[in-house]
Design a protein around this ligand. Structure first.
Ligand code: DX5
Ligand code: ZN
Length: 221
């Protein structure tokens, strides 16, 4: 069983409500919301007022991905505007354990995202404090980039650790995911696929979501 999280970063912001409704009516499991501050990443997307409006029409949980410096000072405000899962970047947190505890303390699921250069071994001591790990398969900041294939071995290694330790942590893959590589990503052990451009730039976004959702893996391999 895997999950699909379409990213509204690739939607038409003038029709954002329409795209959220499209996700509501689709087989997607989450709505992936990319918040960028122009400091942690070289791009600015949107902040709390937009997230709040998305929440007001969303019928699926909001999976909020903070690509921002000093996330600690904004945890509560993202809870207030409707985040169900809140992920911070490993590279932006000096006291990651404290941050994750604060996220759970506010009643949200806690996630951490790691950049392509960050090793999964750095998460060893916080795995118990996590509900999900976002393995970035592009350098964060922009939609529409090419999937970095070394990500597949990171997924396998992290999955092994999660299984060996019998933990309930989902692995989410973010960046360059589409119908052309979803099966390899899922075979490597991913649980959640974020898909921006591959969904919203397709002719039939709802059908693309359905096709991503219905991929079945041959478990005998
Ligand atoms: C990238 C964001 C992604 C982005 C993915 O920094 O974190 O969630 O929306 O977009 P695609 O699927 O187009 O690579
Ligand atoms: Zn993202």
């Amino acid at each position: 069983m895997h999950y699909i999280a379409p990213s509204i970063l690739a939607s038409n912001f003038l029709e954002l409500g329409k795209d959220v409704k499209l996700i509501n009516e689709s087989e997607a499991d989450y709505i992936h919301v990319d918040v960028m501050d122009g400091s942690f990443v070289p791009n600015i997307s949107f902040g709390q007022p937009i997230v709040k409006q998305v929440k007001s029409v969303a019928e699926k949980p909001l999976d909020v991905h903070l690509m921002i410096d000093n996330p600690d000072q904004y945890l509560e405000s993202f809870k207030d505007c409707g985040a169900d899962i809140l992920s911070v970047h490993y590279e932006a947190c000096a006291h990651l354990h404290r941050t994750l505890q604060a996220i759970r303390g506010l009643g949200m699921k806690a996630g951490v995202a790691i950049n392509p250069h960050t090793s999964i071994s750095l998460l060893e001591d916080v795995l118990e404090d996590l509900d999900q790990v976002i393995i970035m398969s592009v350098n964060p900041g922009f939609g529409g980039q090419k999937f970095i294939y070394q990500t597949l071995s990171k997924i396998k290694a992290l999955k092994d650790r999660i299984v060996v330790r019998n933990l309930n942590v989902h692995i989410e893959i973010d960046g360059g995911v589409g119908l052309q590589n979803a099966e390899s990503i899922l075979s490597a052990g991913a649980d959640i696929l974020v898909a921006g451009s591959s969904v919203f730039k397709s002719d039939d976004p709802k059908d693309t979501i359905k096709r991503l959702k219905s991929i079945e893996l041959n478990t005998f391999i």
